[in-house]
Design a binder for this molecule. Sequence first.
Ligand SMILES: [Zn+2]
Length: 164
Amino acid sequence: MQALKYLAGYPEPLQQRVRGLLAEGQLDAMLARKYPDRHAVRNDGQLYDYVQELKDRHLRQAPPLGKVLYDGKLQVLKHALGTHTTVSRVQGSRLKVSREIRIAALFKDTPPEFLQMIVVHELAHLRENEHNKAFYQLCTHMAPEYHQWEFDLRLYLTRREWAG
Ligand SMILES: [Zn+2]
């Protein structure tokens, strides 16, 4: 029985059901019906604008963005599907803190909901380091369907890995 690493934290009956859908080849069709679109955020420049716009709308007071890029080497699962780092450097007498956001390269070609979910996750880390209650409140403030999208992203990644 193949382990479903993206669903490892979920109850076994749910994992069984997903294995069933995979075996019957139904997971693809289910996801395609629910998420028929593809976004057009193709390169790092477009990604920067996309992230900046969401930040302006929801987190204007948070620290300014540093670099924003698609990273082909990022392990999707390692940090809850993305990473966020704080880069501090001394500029004159002040310490300037800017935030770098790296998004795993596989998100270049996904439904827009999944890109938005992962960007919202990283933006929420501008305010909250931990995955705590305040963090998830920020996520659902920026994307009310955040939890559903995260779960469906896990299905999408499971399907992708299953296909090889
Ligand atoms: Zn996180």
